[in-house]
Write a protein that binds this ligand. Sequence first.
Ligand code: X5A
Ligand code: ZN
Length: 734
Amino acid sequence: PQEERRTGVVYDSRLSSHFSAWNKDFTEKPQRNTKCIERCTELGLLKRCLHVPVREATEAEMMLCHTRQHIELLRMTESMNGEELKAISQKYDFIYFHQKSFENAKLSLGGVIDLVDKVVSEQVRNGMAIVRPPGHHAMKEEYCGYCYLSNAAIAAKSALEKYNLKRILILDWDVHHGQGTQFAFYDDPRVLFVSIHRYELGSEWPHLRESDYDFIGEGPGKGYTINIPLNETGCGNSDYLSIFFNLLLPVFYEFDPELIIVSAGFDSAIGCPEGEMLVTPACFAHFVNLLTPLASGKLALLLEGGYNLKSLAESTALCVRALLGDPTPNIAPLSAPKPSVVESVLNCIKILHPYWHCLEYQDVVESHLIKTEAYPFKQVLNLPPVQNIEFYTSETRPQTFPLIQDCADDNAIKLLEEYNQAIDKLIQETDLSFPASKFSLSWDKASDGVIESLTHSDVWKQCQKDVSSPQTIYAESVHAAIDSILLSKSQSSLCLVSRPARQHNGTPNGAASPTAHSAHGLAASYAVEAYQLNRVLIIQMGSGPDVHIPTSPSVLSIVLSLSSDGSDSARASLGESFVSLPLKGDSLNDVDYISAFQQIVLPLAYEFGPTLTVFSWQSLADGVQGPSPACISHLTMLLRGLSRGRLMVLVDRCAGQSLEDGRAVIQDPSEARPSPGVTTEKLLMACASVLAGHVCAPLGPGYPSQHTAQVIKNVQDELKGKWSLLQFRHQIPK
Ligand code: X5A
Ligand code: ZN
């Protein structure tokens, strides 16, 4: 069963024997590893994981990406003396050699290959390799940037060969461009390589022209390399998450990877002197959460860089924690991304749109802007002429490099101390607690029949159950679900209720008031009134007869109003705390829902920063194609990243929905459908399995319809004045 597949972690004390002998304090140092392991131990994470041992990679494995000469030269360094090691180090760009370099590089690579192998063959669910030396700068025949062997690329090649995979995603969020990995798959469409890196128009190491957004692969691999150059420092959570929402996630869903390898460097984290970026440790856990629905959760994180020991160790630990399925810690509400980041992403979209349908529609949106002469898309933005930048091409490349050492001045040291204090504070303020029970289930008497059919499932055993008594109908069940979360009895909750009907003669059916409130309305007002929550988010699937229009500023309602003609009955009431997305119901595919989440729901939600999220389902209108169960579990997983995992899934069967609403009366509760093809049971199971910590089934490759893309664009246009994360496409850089 799924829940027994654990998270694998690679680590080994032998990986601490390689260091720079002429500067023991040099950034790429053994403590990088030990601090990560210490922090994981402190948080009780390692004992919950499966330890995957390191082993020396074989020559055949190394040869997957390197020449024999490359390996032999590295082997020779094992028996060199100090002077010889120094001399040879200077031939390479940011490289030191130590007698243990070869051994450590082989152990690190062997561990990485085994981890990826175990993830693909489902011996572990996912995992992280806490190893050094790193690998993503190592090239076919060149050591580079503290890297000797190309860990990520070799692990991917070995998985491609052994399991005949068709689609691997390698996401490189190390702050440096993973050029070694890029070159290994530059013409290979089986591997989508994506790197977000500090570039500063070429002035940042490794100063390659190939790191810019217009290097997108060649031959059959064209479109399968994506570089997102960050042209200024100080990029943080809002910048990175906007890149995920607007570019990466749409492409990843269209690619539909079978495996995800992350070159997880944490030099993009706050306080790292190499990156000078501001991503907080908890934000990396959000990246993991956003990737988890893909590839059946087959996610292998490989440590690359990261040179601020505090933020490195914390980021690593929070990633392992996210891999284990623990709730994603809160991050501060997001704000607008930097104009230069928007510009880079728009450049990426411009150059990649012929290769990705999901971006093609975004480009349609942009060409509209060109007409209104708002956006200068024709030119290559901001890039100075190439000859003005010193790139390391083969001609300009120096023959020898200076011996690498840290030369931090007093000012830098002082600044780093201040950063470290800020990081300490950030760590202390991050709430990592979670209740013992993953989720609770509550339902009203009228739903007994549906619940009955779940009692044999294995998720059933994993939840706390709460059933309302026959007299206390559905409001009590809704309250029980909220209590369970807010009293920390369970992480999340699943609530199934049947709305009492209003009869034609005006008398209530049951004890509810004749003006029975919608269940999500009840949930929100209870959370606000009884628990004084000031930011409750309701995501409402299907507008049904009772769109919830919040009266309290503490509630934000986002309604995916699915009508068969795409018209929006609720549009008129568009306001600050109410957002309506009128998707065209009869032609929707799963990825239409996913896209609406990526580009509207998540940006709004992350900017709002809810303390409780209610994911509410009602019957959908006739003829509306609802999401598949697999898609429902993806949507649930995406929302789990909000409000520290405090997620209430609410299914309101509107059982007595009467003819006066012009909708079919649902007679057999087991036939109550939120949409054609999805029974209430399937809906419940799809949500419950995610809340219980299971992986999502892949959706297959897909992209939004033009209609959905247009709706998304319209809503963005309408709301961008109020929500800074939606200004993404339309904020025109100067
Ligand atoms: C793996 C890694 C960085 C090299 C930086 C040179 N290498 N300035 O982060
Ligand atoms: Zn790096």
